[in-house]
Design a protein around this ligand. Structure first.
Ligand code: SAM
Length: 252
């Protein structure tokens, strides 16, 4: 089966702008949940065989971050999602090789999962690391994280749930920090709007790459304020976004 999908590696920037055909390799890992097996709302005990705090990594890439986070927090269950088939495959392989059992990997778009499968107020944490590879100004409207997305994320967090966001793109981090500062339901957990080191926070593949090139990575950490009641999220307010499924894709 072939499909049109952006890829992650060196040609990522070009491929993301001009999608190209890529072979989809079937993933047989027991840690992988195919979307046809995903219930709405998701059935956490059936997925994990237990009921534990649940966290989500959006855009897990090839799994560097989630492997480390899941090992740091064995008492938490993690969903690691990406739209990149080969990334999901590599993530499963890494987790299996390390004997990690508290992660399930899904190939799904973030907004689709949050809207359709994640009930309100159940995520202990949401992690979004280096999500969008577009530094150019004209591509900014493709970015995943804006006010509408943050409102959706906020609704899915438990009342004191954590939101982590990181990027090498300073203007992106500034924009996200500014939106968060204006949302009464979030409280900044850092001494500044964003920082360049977050002790104990695992480094992802892209973070390591940027840091290795001498470039800074910026981190944001907010927590949902349990004292602030949230309105129901209105799905109609969410931009479909660049990464949402487009009609005619081979896997639809
Ligand atoms: C630049 S890579 C970074 C990967 C990893 N987080 C890291 O820091 O090494 C961004 C990843 O996020 C995924 N991604 C971007 N937008 C997404 C979305 N809306 N839903 C799911 N995955 C997404 C991409 O497919 C890609 O694998």
């Amino acid at each position: 089966m072939t499909e049109t999908q952006p890829c992650l590696e060196a040609e990522y920037l070009n491929a993301a702008v001009r999608p190209r055909t890529q072979r989809v390799i079937p993933i047989v890992s027991a840690l992988f949940i195919p979307t046809e097996r995903l219930t709405a709302p998701l059935d956490q005990p059936a997925m994990f065989g237990r009921l534990a705090p649940l966290a989500l990594e959006i855009g897990c890439g090839t799994g560097h971050f989630i492997l480390q986070r899941a090992m740091q927090q064995p008492e938490t269950d993690f969903l690691a999602i990406d739209i990149y088939n080969k990334g999901c495959l590599k993530t499963c392989s890494k987790l299996e090789a390390a004997g990690v059992t508290n992660v399930r990997v899904l190939r799904i778009e973030a907004r689709e999962l949050l809207l359709n499968n994640i009930p309100a107020g159940i995520l202990q944490a949401i992690y979004i690391n280096c999500p969008d590879p577009w530094p150019k100004k004209r591509h900014r409207d493709r970015r995943l994280v804006g006010r509408d997305f943050l409102e959706l994320a906020q609704c899915r967090l438990v009342p004191d749930g954590d939101l982590f966001f990181s990027s090498d793109q300073r203007d992106y981090v500034e924009a996200v920090a500014e939106v968060l500062a204006g949302m009464p339901g979030f409280r900044n957990q850092l001494a500044a709007a964003f920082v360049e080191t977050l002790p104990g926070y695992p480094l992802s593949k892209y973070m390591r790459r940027f840091l290795g090139q001498g470039l800074p990575v910026h981190f944001i950490h907010h927590r949902r304020d349990p004292a602030v009641a949230l309105p129901d999220f209105q799905a109609a307010e969410l931009r479909r976004g660049y990464r949402s499924r487009r009609p005619g894709r081979a896997d639809e």
